[in-house]
Each structure stands twice: as structure tokens, then as C-alpha cells.
Design a protein around this ligand. Sequence first.
Ligand SMILES: Cc1cc2nc3c(=O)[nH]c(=O)nc-3n(C[C@H](O)[C@H](O)[C@H](O)COP(=O)(O)OP(=O)(O)OC[C@H]3O[C@@H](n4cnc5c(N)ncnc54)[C@H](O)[C@@H]3O)c2cc1C
Length: 410
Amino acid sequence: MSTHPSIAIIGGGPAGLLAAHHLAQAGHRVTLYDAQATVGRKFLVAGHGGFNLTHSEPLPTFGKRYGAHHEAFATYLAHFGPEQLRTWAADLGVETFVGSSGRIFPTADYKPAQLLRAWLARLAELGVVIKSRHRWLGFMSDSPTGLRLRDEQTSEEYTICPPAVVLALGGASWAKTGSDGHWTAALAAIGVRCTPFAPANCGAEIVWGAFFREKVGRAPLKNIALTCAGQTVRGELLLTDYGVEGTPVYALTPALRVALDQQTPATLWLNLKPDLTPNQLVQKLSKPRGSKSWGAFLQQVLHLGPPVPTLLRELAPPEAITGSAESLAHLLQHLPMPVIGLRPLDEAISTAGGVAWEELDEDLMLRRRPSTFVAGEMLDWEAPTGGYLLQGCFSTGAWVARAISGFIQL
Ligand SMILES: Cc1cc2nc3c(=O)[nH]c(=O)nc-3n(C[C@H](O)[C@H](O)[C@H](O)COP(=O)(O)OP(=O)(O)OC[C@H]3O[C@@H](n4cnc5c(N)ncnc54)[C@H](O)[C@@H]3O)c2cc1C
């Protein structure tokens, strides 16, 4: 191991831990600081909903999930992509599998906490020192890499001057996991521009009437398609008392944010029967209804049970429902849902915004602070759920470790 002073990693989420892992493997001394009592808290939260580590999509399509930054992410993914992530997990004794949706998960035998425990044990073997309850406060003005920290147990403030620094402080949602986004003030103090945070991968708010809220409460709508501003996503929607949740809504948050900036409410168009053509739908709805109620008829001919009739009554004028087969068919495939806003930032699965790209060079080093690198969700990018978030954090963590290994000669 190197006799140089330790490289400092600030933030013990997946990005910081992976940077620490790669640097220690390359023979560097590494100390990781985290403000919380334990590291990897959001990583564990991510595990509650199925622990979707990455995705099996081919790299060219995978990279496009990072929107405007797809070219940069293509480079990071080429260095440390889904295959490398699976090898990394296997090396920690955790096997992974590709689910039917193409998402990659650890096999059922592994709980998120087991993976984290195995990882921390490996880091300890590699000599990585983890200082929990040590909060980064900002930069020293009279030292190019100097940092100010506080021991949260003793409240003692102190400084360190490491040869290189990785900032991996996360986004600004789920503050209880430690990712509170307060770090923007320290970066602003040295003139680094950050794009304001905005919720990503979050629910959308719709003002339902009291009857709807009471009758429907929470209900899933399976196999639907949702459209916003020309972008359509298939999946399962969850109706809630405050609006809608679910993968299609999460994937449409960037489009919804733009639409909401232009007008309120913005519209989400719901297609309840995306596998039928309009003609097929009209044909089915043209069958004799007899004495059946509209609800029973929809259940019989289209298998659209509760809560669909209540939803139609809530969102559409009565004549569109009880008029012609054509008008009902159109409604079932173009039901407008008026969105008044996104759910609060703290509830979001991830955050858009963060350190602006023009502040960074191709190694993800701060132009204003050479030897200080940035990785993970604190960078200004967003991606849909499906493993793209964790993969983005791992890949940028690996990328900054590669860059530091290149300029600190052992
Ligand atoms: C409910 C939920 C489910 C999710 N599910 C998935 C999923 O299935 N798949 C997926 O790909 N992604 C998922 N994600 C997203 C994923 O967990 C995050 O994108 C990822 O954890 C971000 O990693 P990070 O290393 O950038 O930061 P974080 O994991 O947020 O870690 C940042 C660390 O920095 C520390 N820190 C902050 N400020 C300071 C300071 N001043 N000093 C010292 N330390 C500090 C924090 O304590 C924290 O430990 C989910 C997120 C949530 C909330």
C-alpha cells in the first residue's frame, strides 16, 4: 500500500464506496468520511423495493437513459458497466440474475444488508478506513485540497489536506438517509454552480374529488400506457389519494416538469387498453349492453373492473361515457389526467439537478478545485428507475477512481 497520505472520499453511498474500493485495489490509502452513523443507508432503502442493481440493456441503448449526458455516460459505462457490476457483486459472493423486464437483481438468497456487509468487510480487508459521524463542512481557502470536517460525536472541528478528494454526497431526497443536499452551500462558497434540485422519479399530484378518494383510495391499473408531451411509457399505474405513482409516472417526470413549467395543470394521457387498436375497441364496445350497467359492461367486454368506471366518471363528462361506442373507445385510450404538481423533493426516488457539468472536466474533476472529483447523484443528471440510477453512481465512482489513480503515482 502507498505511503502517501490518504485520499479522502466524502460520502458513503454506492458512488463513494465504489471509488474507495477501486482506489484501495489500486494500492492507494483511502479514508471515507460520512456524516451518518452508518454508510450506505440509501443503498439499503433502494433494496426494499426489489434491489434493482442495474439493467441488461445493450450499452448503446443503456447510455441513452442518461438523456442530455448520454455521451459522457457511454464513456463511464464502457469503463464500468452492467457486466463489471455483476462481476463485482459475484466477487463479493452475491450472484445476480436478469429478471423478465431485463432488470438485474441479486438472487433471492441475498438481502441488501448482506451485500453491504460483504462489501464493507472487503473494504476493511483492503485497508479502507471509514470514519462515520464525520461531516464535511466545506473547503479550506488556503489549501488546494484542504477540507473542513466536524466529528459529530464530539462536535470538534478539524481540517485535513489529502492528495485528492472524491465528493460523493448524493442528491437531495430521502434526507433521513443522509442525502440532504446541504452541500450546495459549500460548493457555492468557492463559486461552483449547481443546478437547483428538482424531484425525479416521483409521483404526480391530481386533485381527486372526495367521493373518488373515499371509494378508490389506492388501486393499481395494470398494463396501461401513459403519455406526456408525446412520450409514452407502458407499465402499471397506482392511483393514490393524492394522485398517481408507478414506473410510467416516474419515467415521465422530466416531461411533466417541463409541462408544469409551461402550464398548470399539465396533462397525463392514460390509455387503459394499449394493446387494442381503436377499431378493435369500438367493435367490442358495440356489442349489445342489454340491461347491464356501464361498469358491468366494461368488465364483461374489456375486463376493465373497478376502479375504472369511477375513474371515468371522475375525469370525463358523462356524455363521453354514455355516448357512442366511438366516443367511449376514444376516452378509454385518451383519458386526460390533470396534474397540478410533482410530489415533494424529499419523497422522490432521485433528484435532478446538482453540480453543473460545465464545472467539471472529462475526469469529473472540479475545474475550480483541481484534485477534487465529484461522483454519483450529486452530479446534475437524471435517469429512469430500472437500475440506471445505481449503475450511474457506480460508473461515475469507478470513473473518478480511474482518474485519481492516473495522476497520483504510487
Ligand atoms: C426509495 C428508493 C428506492 C430506490 N431504488 C433504486 C433501485 O432499485 N435501483 C436503482 O438503481 N436506484 C434506486 N434508488 C436510487 C439510489 O439509491 C441512489 O441513486 C443512490 O443511492 C445514490 O448514490 P450516491 O452514492 O450518489 O449517494 P447516496 O447513496 O445518497 O449517499 C450519499 C452519502 O453522503 C453522505 N453525506 C451527505 N452529506 C454529507 C456531509 N456533509 N458530510 C459527510 N457525508 C455526507 C450521506 O450520509 C450518504 O451516506 C432508490 C432510491 C430510493 C430513495
